[in-house]
Design a protein around this ligand. Structure first.
Ligand SMILES: *Cc1c(COP(=O)(O)O)cnc(C)c1O
Length: 393
């Protein structure tokens, strides 16, 4: 009998029964080094005692109330995020797409309040912002968009990491209200932007009265070695979105606003049934506390450096390996040809990885990764890549 599960995913033939730290086990008792963390979600690894305790304790008290009432855990998490980011307001929801959807709505409302009834948002080629209709329209992937038109209008796509292209788009279209970008593109193939680009765009947005909206859904919450990747450029966005790592595996999204973006939403502008519930916010607070007390930003920075250096050294001169790049524990190895087969080969070898944009091996391990565990990733992955390269001269 065919499965009643919707045919949305091409799944690898493995199911995990439990995990501990960076390790997962399947039903046959095989052990896997998790260098993907559920696509950058399980930042504390698996079964982290503080996260488990926070979720268990909160579940035993109350899981859900409603945004009709005060939710102290939500207020506390908002206060922590505001302090860490230097931003003023936090609106919670349930996913990265939803957080970006809220950001897009905020940009439109901001424009509307200033008499601009058809706000345009500048977004980047090869970006990824989600799979709802508006976030698909913002996303720079024709493949993801194909067949779902008509999509919401008001998005202008420009080349990534090029401030002049943004400037030119703003001259051509007077109704621009915001710029939306990732500091490092994740799904787009671990493509970092330059610090000078980010600073330039920050100045440009301030000059023009555009909102600078940064999607930190993948790069935020310590992954690159700072709380938020844009902090490497010493800038503060007007809007920032978060999701993946924020609650260590429990579904959450957040949109933060600052400066001109703060105060745009008022009661009735936006809302959610589930967002910011006691359970997820207790989890989020536990994640932030553990990242801090266990110095995991520093760990992501140090171990990420070590891992990137070792991969670059081992793969140097390997024909068919074109780049090793990324920041902290958000790393990509670019090959000259499509290399999706490496995912199942790595699985067979006990390592969980991912390939994005067909040619980029992506590593997003838990931020608790030790040097020894990073070395184990290198030991398993490098021979697989060398072998692949040798098969395809
Ligand atoms: C994953 C991702 C999203 C979408 O998040 P979902 O939770 O899958 O909706 C949006 N932006 C970026 C940068 C992402 O990496």
């Amino acid at each position: 009998m065919s499965s009643p599960l919707a045919n949305i995913y091409t799944r690898l033939p493995v199911a995990f029964t439990h995990g501990q730290g960076v390790w997962l086990w399947d039903a046959q008792g095989r052990k896997y080094l998790d260098a993907l963390a559920g696509i950058g979600v399980s930042c504390l690894g698996h079964a982290h005692p503080k996260l488990v305790a926070a979720i268990s304790e909160q579940a035993a008290r109350v899981i859900h109330t409603s945004n009709i009432y005060e939710v102290p855990q939500q207020a506390a998490l908002a206060a922590r995020l505001a302090a860490l980011s230097g931003m003023q307001e936090v609106a919670f929801n349930n996913s990265g797409s939803e957080a970006n959807e809220a950001a897009i709505k905020l940009a439109r409302y901001y424009a509307y309040q200033r008499g601009n009834r058809h706000a345009h948002i500048i977004t980047m080629d090869s970006s990824w912002h989600g799979r709802t209709l508006a976030t698909l329209a913002a996303t720079g992937s024709d493949k993801a968009r194909k067949g779902f038109e008509p999509l919401p209008s008001g998005f202008i796509q420009v080349p990534y990491n090029n401030a002049d292209a943004i400037r030119a788009a703003g001259e051509a279209e007077p109704r621009v209200a915001a710029v939306l970008l990732e500091v490092l593109q994740g799904e787009g193939g671990i493509r970092p932007s330059d610090i000078a680009f980010l600073q330039d765009v920050r100045r440009l947005c301030t000059e023009r009265g555009w909102l600078l909206m940064i999607d930190e859904v993948q790069s935020g919450i310590g992954r690159t070695g700072k709380w938020f990747a844009h902090q490497w450029a010493d800038i503060v966005p007007d809007v920032m979105t978060l999701a993946k790592g924020l609650a260590g595996g429990v579904p959450i999204g957040a949109m933060l606003a600052a400066g001109p973006a703060a105060g745009v939403f008022t009661p009735g502008s936006h809302g959610t049934t589930f967002g910011g519930g006691p359970l997820v916010c207790a989890a989020g607070l536990a994640v932030l506390a553990a990242l801090e007390s266990e110095h995991l930003l520093d760990n992501a920075h140090q171990v990420g450096h070590h891992l990137k250096d070792r991969l670059a050294a081992e793969l140097a001169g390997t024909p068919g390996v074109t780049d090793v790049r990324g920041r902290g524990l958000m790393l990509g190895i670019e090959l000259a040809r499509p290399c999706g087969v490496l995912v199942s080969r790595a699985l067979q070898a006990g390592l969980l990885i991912n390939v994005t944009r067909d040619r980029v091996v992506r590593l997003l391990p838990p931020l608790i990764l030790s040097r020894q565990e990073a070395d184990q990733i290198v030991q398993i992955l490098v021979p697989l890549i060398r072998q692949f390269a040798a098969e395809h001269p």
